[in-house]
Design a protein around this ligand. Sequence first.
Ligand code: TNX
Length: 502
Amino acid sequence: MAAELARGGTGAAPAFPALIPQPLAQAPERGTFALGPEARIVVRSRARDAVRVGELLAGSLRPATGYRLPVVATRPAAGDVTLALVPGDAALGDEGYRLHVDGAGVTVAARRAAGLFWGTQTLRQLLPAAIEADGLRPGPWLVPRGTIHDRPRFAWRGAMLDVARHFFGVDDVRRLVDLMSLYKLNRLHLHLTDDQGWRLAIRSWPRLTSQGGRTQVGGGRGGYFTQRQYAALVAYAADRFVEVVPEIDMPGHVNAALSSYAKLTCDGRAAAPYTGIEVGFSSLCLRKPVTYAFVDDVVREVAGLTPGRYVHIGGDEAHATDPAEYRTFVERVDRIVRAHGKRMMGWEELGKTRLRRSTVVQHWQDDALAARAVAQGARLVLSPATKAYLDMKYVPGFPLGLSWAGTTTVRDAYGWDPALQVAGVGEADVLGVEAPLWTETVTTRADLDLLVFPRILGHAEVAWSPAAAIAWPGYRRRLAAHGPRLEALGVGYYQAPEVRWR
Ligand code: TNX
C-alpha cells in the first residue's frame, strides 16, 4: 500500500491540509466528503478499546458540529465515518492506520485500537480548524478525499511535565494529554518529586505530601495528587493511548522528602523546606537501612498505580551522593523496581552504573554517559537539552524559561534527527523522543502554553514522521496553518517570528 502512495510532502496538487506530524505516505484526490448531520460513527469491532475510540471521536466532533454522531456497530452507510480493526494487515504495525476518504464517507482501518485512535486524530486535522471550537460553528465540515497510510518512526513519543517545582493539577494535566494526543504523542512522564515538593500521596509515608507537598519554587502553596486523583489521571491518559511514566527522583533531588521525615537524613534532623532553584545539594542517606524501606514502600505504591511498564527513578545530578554509593544504590533500586513488576528508567547518569538490558535511559546532555548505557544494551529516550528542553528560552530575554543550555527557537526544536544526535548511537538504540518542561519559571497555564507550544509539535513530528519528511520550509507552512487550530483549542502558543503565522 505505502508504495502506491506518494511519499509525504511532495506537494503534488490536490493536497491534504496541513498535517502534523506528517504521515508516512499520502495520496490526496480531488473533491471532498461532507460530514453531515446524519453521520454516524460506525465501529466494526466489539473490542472495548475500539468502541472507546469511536466515542472519543464523536465527543471531539459534537461540540462544533452540533451533530448527534451516534456510535453504532451496524453496517456502514453512505455518509458515515467507519472505524475498522483489521488485525491481519501487518504493514500497519501496532500504531499505524490507513485512512480513506471518498464520496461515501471516511474509513479508518488499523490493526489495533491505538492505530484507530491516531487515525481519528488525523481526521480531526483534515477537518477545518473550527472543528476544535468548544461551541457550535456553522461548518460546512468538508474532508478532502484521498488516502493516508501512516505509522510512527519511534515507539516512544513523549512529553515530560515537572509538577514538583510548580504544581499543575488534574485539569491542567488532562488538558495536556488532550493536546498531546492530537499530535500523536503517547508518553507523559510526570516528574513527581524534587527538592521543592513531593506531589504524589504515598499512604505508607503520609507526611511526604502533607508536609513535603506544601512548598514550591518561590514559596507558594504547592499541592499534590491524591492516589485516587492520580489513578484517574493515569486512566484518562490510557484511554487516549498515552502511558503515564511516573518519576520519583533519587538519590538526589529529595529535599522535600528529607524535610518531611527526619529519619531519612544522615544526621536525623529534618531538612528545611526549599523553594529556590539550585540543584544537586540533597541526597538520601544511603548507609541507613530505613532509606531502602522507604524506597521499597514508595516504589511499591507507585508501581501499584502504574499500568505502564516503567518506573522512572531519576538518578540525575546526585552531586551530594558518594559516587561508589550511587552505583550500588542504583543497582539496588533496580532490584526493587523489578520486584514490583516494573522496569527501571532513569536519566543518563545511570550510565555510570551496571545496567540490565531492559533499562531505559533518558539522555539529556552527556553523550558519553548515554553511550555507556547503550554499550550495556540499554535503550535511549532522547531529550537533548539543546533541542528538546521546553523550558529553554526561545530567544535571549524571553520572559519565561532558563537558558543554561542556550536558547531554542521553534526551528531548533524541529530540525534534529534522533538517530544522529549521539555519536555511536543509532536508530535501533533509540526508543524515541521526549520533550521535558521543567517548571522553575512556569507558574500558570498561560506560561506552560507559551513554552510548550508550538515547540512540542516539532518534537511530535521528529518522533513520528520518517526522517526524509523532516524539512523546515514545509513544516513552517504547516505549522502556520495550525495557528488557528491551536487558537480554537484555547492554546496560547508563542507566535515565533520565524513562522509566518497567518
Ligand atoms: C536539569 S535535566 C535538571 C533539572 C532542572 C533542569 C532545568 C535533569 C535531569 N535535571 O533538575 O529542572 O535542568 O532546565
